[in-house]
Design a protein around this ligand. Structure first.
Ligand code: FE2
Ligand code: FE2
Length: 353
């Protein structure tokens, strides 16, 4: 299995993993042989990379932390809440809680490293994927902090709904391509307060979940909003939400920019440890996420190009790799490295071709 940018796909290649649309529906299922028409459609839809079968990497397995069924019910639940808010209907939290319980049990039985969180690589209009994926990251951080199921549920509800206040912000603002004016940015910033107002009125949600929405843009050094809270004055769930939110947002496509690679997002986050984010959470994240997921393409400082085969837990930048090219020349046979055993070899870039 290999991760490939849609602009490098060839006719006849076989999908190793389904591709979903923004609503969580399957566009193309795994096992499908790609035609030029399919490839063109994927490019037009804005999908950036897909996973394809590759005999040379058939020992590479994709481990999805969340089952497709749980994911689908998560999208449905988030969409359902949005519909209720827009039509002034009562929000019932039972369905959300049942879904979160399934998500928690999936994550508890998953012992791997989070690599491919999302089956969707395009642009996510209504942030359904953003909400669900951010929740997955936050729950993983909560589990590493040994939260009880009750705490995980509270955290999960809050993170799932952290951006719910955006329903009150006009779409033209949220999807604006040009730089926002100061007034527009001030308006967008209101979404955390709007979210708090919406959530605190839902009886069985609990006020803490509402506070996650209110505080998810607060930053460790006090530079966030709306209140400029600092350090542990920010609710612990909101600290988890803040880190998960930023990591997810950076690694996904937005209407005004492309997704950045996980390792670049990781560099940004570690570079802001103790400034924007709580340092201990970054340490946890570094042991639980794959910044070079299995199957992704990497370039080494010796000029070789190949793909990631396996993770080394706790060392996200030093996985097992299989190299196929030296510059443009095919290596026969390919060369395997466990980067833990080759301290002089470094990954200098990532490219999915
Ligand atoms: Fe937000
Ligand atoms: Fe967000």
């Amino acid at each position: 299995m290999r991760q490939v940018n849609v602009f490098y796909l060839n006719e006849g290649e076989i999908l190793a993993h389904p591709i979903l649309d923004a609503n969580g529906r399957i566009l193309l299922t795994s096992g499908v042989k790609l035609t030029n028409l399919y490839i063109h459609k994927l490019q037009v839809l804005g999908v950036d990379t897909v996973l394809i079968e590759d005999d040379r990497l058939d020992d590479v397995a994709i481990q999805m932390a969340i089952t497709p069924r749980t994911k689908e019910s998560a999208y449905k639940a988030v969409k359902g809440v949005r519909y209720c808010i827009e039509t002034n209907r009562l929000i019932r939290s039972n369905e959300l809680k049942d879904m979160l319980k399934r998500m928690i049990s999936d994550l508890l039985s998953f012992e791997g490293i989070l690599g491919y969180i999302s089956d969707f690589r395009g642009y996510d209009d209504f942030m359904f994927h953003h909400s669900v994926n951010t929740t997955i990251f936050a729950l993983v951080l909560g589990m590493a902090n040994k939260y009880s199921e009750a705490k995980l549920l509270e955290l999960g509800l809050g993170v799932l709904m952290h951006d719910v206040g955006k329903v009150k912000i006009p779409n033209v603002l949220l999807n604006k391509l040009e730089k926002l004016t100061d007034e527009e940015f001030t308006e967008i910033k209101q979404h955390s307060k709007y979210g708090f107002e919406i959530l605190r009125k839902i009886d069985d949600f609990g006020l803490i979940s509402a506070h996650v929405a209110l505080q998810h843009h607060e930053r460790w050094d006090g530079s966030g909003y709306p209140r400029g809270l600092k350090g542990t004055a920010i609710h612990e769930y909101a600290r988890l939400a803040a880190l998960s939110d930023v990591y997810e947002a950076l690694t996904s496509k937005r209407v005004y920019r492309d997704a950045i690679q996980p390792y670049q997002a990781y560099e940004y986050i570690t570079g802001h440890s103790g400034i924007l984010f709580e340092p201990s959470l970054i340490n946890i994240l570094s042991t639980r996420i794959a910044i070079y997921p299995e199957g992704s393409g990497v370039i080494l400082n010796n000029g070789m190009y190949g793909n990631v085969v396996k993770q080394n837990v706790g060392y996200p930048d030093r996985p097992h790799v299989r190299m196929f090219y030296q510059a443009d020349e095919l290596l026969q046979p390919p060369v395997d490295y466990n980067l833990m055993e080759h301290p002089s070899l470094l990954i200098t870039g990532s490219e999915n071709r």
